[in-house]
Design a protein around this ligand. Structure first.
Ligand SMILES: [Zn+2]
Length: 1019
């Protein structure tokens, strides 16, 4: 039965149809059974986010793995879900409420703000999940999880409680990245660094008791002088040795601070060799303080970035206003020495785009270092899992990133001053002294309910003393004046140095009520988002319950993620897995390359080079998008994609130039239709007069063309299936071309499978593409055409064509599932019994068809070499035909000088050579001589001469070619002159210069070829 496919593949129609079909069949769903599982958890996208190219890359690769393993017979589970993304989400919603209602989070209150964010979440979660479906992700959608849903929240509380109980979570005062606008600490990954112009001021402090002696130092943040607690010099610096141990006075406050020696902070080679030390507002100074705790630490900022009570008369000023005032006062007092302009790297908050302040605050931490009993701590456990090879990175070099970061064993700040997230289940009360603390503990133990909870292990008490505050208070007491003692008593009440923390395992309103009645308050903070996402590999399968899913799918097989979050996410998942389940969370971690534009810049909508995957699906189809994603996933760290603006009028791709980016160009004229448009960028509004272009790349044409090529070959085969019957194949009895294509198919299938095992995605794409496009479509189908017309050979060749096409559709399916399913369904109509090596009834969908596996003895390297040699000869003849513009109907006479063995082989393949190359007379053998007027080509195994006698007028041809040669030489000279001009090379954009260099190489190649042809014609 013949089946006729439409003339062209319609991606939109296929996407709509097969998404509905797969959803209805629920192929993505998995339940534990007797098969071997293969599981992946999705890196949960931010719930308020929209799909970008990073997602497209990452999720396409996961889908390729899942579809492939499912076909291999594994029970494949791809767990989908989204992340509540604490600060990112809260910032977006707060901004929107401010824009629409002019209300802040404090106007709304905690409960109302959280309610609003949930509404927003419901709306946006559907959007991002829908977009993942659009690119074809075959997730187990009915298991979709959310990091803040009830089940995941239970896992968070359980983990927090256990870590608290086991002493891994502690309260500490540390320097954190502080966002003065959002009023929260942010992690390093939520910040970015930009070079900004700044002043670099030099001041001096007078040394106490030594008239006319000063210490000079420089700073980019003069206001931090208010928080200085020391001046530091290098211990070996002769200039200052006699001053170490003395004190200087901060003129602004009249406060005395010591001069200390520290070899790590001060560098005698830099500036004056002396530095001021502000432990409360600088990470390096803070580190110095930890080595010299006696200098103390002073915080001068309020959470909103204004100066606090420690700043004396500057209290209440914004930090930048205070900077100006401080400089002015130092100058007036005669302690200002000079100012330079500098460009310095400054850290900004990614969410509010305001400068980060290093800020000393009380936070909750997870201890990463080794345990007090000497046992390995979290960091070491996670390092061992990778060093021992239990968790493997692909490419392997990324293990270094992981190990280096963990090697620092830095404690992890897990509290965030936000409202959107998992609220910390700890109730605390401050105590002015140790006695008060002890009374609290006695009360707690006397309370029957609380006591009972502690006895069952569902309540944990932890005492904590703020050592820095205690030290400050001791100093006040030591002064001993009535004023100092009064101040001490007041401060001790306002900022108590002792704390009692009570963590509750479960939300138990009776316990909470009694704690709160006694004066305990639940922490206002929520947990860092990574605290919940680190549980993702097991919270999604039901942990802390021992579910059948957890038992079956955990540890998961592979994690696919980006290198940016190896430390923040991958490392912490390993810790959480080992801690909660005593097992690694995944066996393999594949790290995707980073996608950049032609200029090496990251893609982003704000720059104007951000390609939107949904636009690509619209313009080229989801398969084309996916094909390109797989193609760029090679071994390199970065992958570049040329980006173009799509003309909104005619669709022409106009390359994005650097001067178009960041809204630097308002208007561009299309190179084709000449109509104007606006290049991509963060334009504040629409311009009805000037449409904004979408972004795309010509690279997506490769996948689209590939789908079309396959479609056309399949269409031809399906139209020639009248009389098809299925039957087994015995390669030994088949003609040479059939044995060849089966050998190539067996080799290709084996190669693709091996490459997938090693995550060499780009080579997988190239291998399937080359086999399908060139060997199958261009060669085998052409070679098969003759037998299709021959009643004796027809059934045999039909079986071959259908069998190989069936295997190709399966190989293509993980990468391009839509075109694969379309062809599979057409094959199911025309040839329901098919397949290699034995025909079988085909599966109802390619998604659940078995992955091709062919007998290894079908691979025949000798056969592959023979056909490759024949192809080389055919290509040579075709080239000559093109070069001399001989029309395709004119048969050519070809002479091949070669060994007897090769001649015998050409004899066997003679029919194909004459058919495929349009050869009339073919001569071969060791005695063949070069004829007059012939084009020559030499290969390692033969010399081919294509006679041109009678086909062209040699004299006229030489004349024409000499004219062409002169033109090319002129063009070459002009281009070379341009490149020799330094003015051009230094001023022109780099890509223009590169183009000119490529032109030189191209022209030189053309000239050599024309010269060779002229020589041949004259011979
Ligand atoms: Zn146009």
């Amino acid at each position: 039965m013949a089946t006729e496919l439409p003339k062209a593949f319609d991606p939109k129609e296929a996407q709509k149809r097969w998404l509905a079909f797969w959803t209805e069949k629920n192929y993505g769903h998995s339940e534990p059974d007797g098969r071997t599982p293969y599981s992946i958890v999705i890196p949960p996208p931010n719930v308020t986010g929209a799909l970008h190219m990073g997602h497209a890359l990452n999720n396409t690769l996961q889908d390729v793995l899942i579809r492939w393993r499912r076909m291999q017979g594994y029970n494949a589970e791809w767990m989908p879900g989204t992340d509540h993304a604490g600060i990112a989400t809260q910032a977006v919603v707060e901004r929107r409420i401010w824009a629409e209602e002019k209300k802040t989070r404090r106007d709304l209150g905690r409960e109302e703000l959280v309610r609003r964010i949930w509404q927003w979440k419901d709306q946006y979660e559907a959007r991002i999940l829908g977009q993942l479906q659009q690119i074809g992700c075959s997730c187990d959608w009915q298991r979709t999880a959310f990091t803040l849903d009830e089940k995941r929240s239970r896992a968070v509380r359980e983990t927090f409680f256990r870590m608290f109980r086991d002493g891994y979570i502690f309260r500490g005062k540390r320097l954190v990245n502080w966002d003065t606008q959002l009023l929260t600490s942010v992690s390093d990954d939520e910040t970015y660094t930009e070079d900004v112009k700044s002043g670099f001021w030099t001041f001096k402090y007078p040394v106490k008791g030594m008239p006319d002696t000063f210490i000079r130092f420089s700073t980019t943040r003069p206001e931090t002088m208010l928080g200085d607690t020391a001046v530091c010099v290098h211990p070996s610096d002769e200039r200052y040795k006699h001053l170490v141990g003395k004190t200087v006075t901060i003129p602004l406050l009249g406060r005395d601070i010591p001069i200390i020696a520290d070899g790590q902070l001060a560098d005698p080679e830099l500036g004056t060799g002396a530095v001021k030390v502000t432990p409360g507002h600088d990470p390096n100074d803070y580190a110095c303080y930890t080595r010299h705790p006696e200098i103390g630490i002073i915080n001068i900022l309020n959470p909103d970035g204004t100066i606090n009570e420690n700043g004396g008369k500057y209290q209440g000023m914004d930090r930048y206003k205070a900077r100006e005032a401080v400089i002015k006062d130092m100058e007036e007092k005669g302690y200002f020495e000079g100012k330079e302009d500098r460009v310095i790297p400054l850290k900004f908050s990614d969410r509010s785009k305001t400068p980060i302040e290093p800020y000393l605050s009380d936070q909750w931490f997870v201890k990463m270092g080794d345990r007090d009993d000497g046992q390995p701590g979290f960091a070491q456990m996670a390092m061992d899992a990778v060093s021992s090879g239990r968790v493997k990175f692909f490419p392997a070099r990324y293990a270094n990133t992981y190990l280096e970061w963990l090697g620092e064993k830095r404690d992890w700040c897990i509290s965030r001053q936000l409202w959107w997230g998992h609220r910390i289940p700890v109730w605390s009360d401050g105590c002015p002294d140790k006695e008060d603390l002890d009374q609290h503990v006695s009360w707690l133990r006397a309370n029957p309910d609380l006591r009972a909870a502690e006895d069952t292990g569902d309540l944990v008490v932890s005492e904590h003393a703020d050592e820095e505050l205690s030290r400050q208070y001791e100093n006040l007491c030591a002064i001993g004046t009535p004023e100092a003692l009064a101040k001490f008593k007041q401060l001790r009440r306002e900022r108590p140095p002792y704390y009692l923390h009570v963590a509750l395992h479960f939300e138990d309103s009776r316990l909470v009520e009694q704690l709160e009645k006694r004066g305990f308050h639940q922490s206002e903070d929520v947990l860092d988002t990574w605290f919940s996402s680190m549980l993702w590999t097991h919270s999604t399968f039901g942990w802390p319950d021992q579910t059948p899913e957890l038992d079956y799918y955990y540890p998961t097989s592979t994690l696919v993620t980006s290198r940016d979050i190896i430390t923040l996410w991958v490392a912490r998942m390993v810790i959480a897995g080992l801690y909660n389940l005593n097992d690694i969370p995944f066996h393999h971690v594949y790290i995707t390359p980073k996608m950049l534009d032609t200029f090496g810049e990251g893609m982003s909508k704000t720059k104007g080079n951000g390609v939107d995957p949904l636009d690509i699906i619209e313009l080229y189809g989801a398969d084309a998008l996916r094909y390109q994603m797989v193609s760029i996933a090679g071994e390199t760290q970065d992958s570049r994609l040329p980006v173009s603006n799509v003309c909104p009028h005619c669709g022409e791709l106009n390359a994005v130039k650097q001067e178009h980016m960041y809204m630097r160009t308002k208007k561009v004229a299309c190179t084709k239709c000449k109509k104007p448009f606006r290049p991509g960028g963060p334009w504040p509004d629409e311009d009805p007069e000037l449409q904004t272009a979408r972004q795309a790349s010509e690279r997506f044409e490769i996948g689209r063309n590939f789908a079309n090529k396959l479609w056309n070959a399949a269409r031809f085969i399906l139209m020639n299936l009248d009389g098809y019957t299925s039957g087994p194949l015995d390669p030994k009895s088949l003609p040479i071309e059939d044995r060849w294509i089966l050998s190539r198919l067996a080799t290709t299938t084996k190669t693709v499978t091996d490459l997938l095992e090693e995550y060499h995605f780009s080579e997988v794409a190239r291998t399937i593409y080359d086999f399908t496009w060139s060997e199958f479509c261009d060669w085998y189908v052409e070679m098969a055409k003759g037998r299709l017309k021959d009643p004796a050979g027809r059934v045999g060749v039909q079986r071959l064509l259908v069998g190989v096409l069936d295997a190709i559709v399966k190989l293509v399916h993980p990468i391009m599932p839509f075109v694969a399913e379309s062809l599979w369904q057409a094959l199911n109509e025309a040839a329901p019994d098919r397949g290699l090596p034995e025909p079988l009834k085909a599966a109802e969908s390619v998604m659940i068809a078995p992955w091709p596996a062919l007998p290894t003895d079908w691979q025949d390297p000798a056969m592959e070499t023979r056909i490759a040699r024949m192809q080389e000869l055919v290509r040579i003849v075709r080239d000559v035909r093109n070069r001399y513009s001989v029309d395709s109907k004119t048969p050519l006479e070809v002479f091949v000088r070669c060994s007897e063995a090769v001649a015998t082989d050409f004899q066997a393949l003679r029919a194909f050579i004459t058919l495929l190359a349009g050869v009339g007379k073919l001569h071969y053998g060791p005695g063949v001589a070069k004829p007059k007027q012939a084009a020559t080509q030499v290969t390692s195994e033969f010399e081919a001469y294509v006679s041109l006698e009678g086909l062209i007028d040699p004299a006229a041809e030489v004349k024409r070619l000499e004219k062409q040669l002169a033109e090319k030489r002129k063009q070459l000279d002009a281009t070379k002159a341009k490149l020799a001009n330094e003015g051009f090379v230094s001023r022109a954009p780099a890509e223009v210069v590169a183009q000119q260099r490529e032109l030189v190489a191209e022209l030189e190649k053309q000239i050599a070829s024309i010269e060779e042809t002229i020589r041949e014609l004259k011979a």
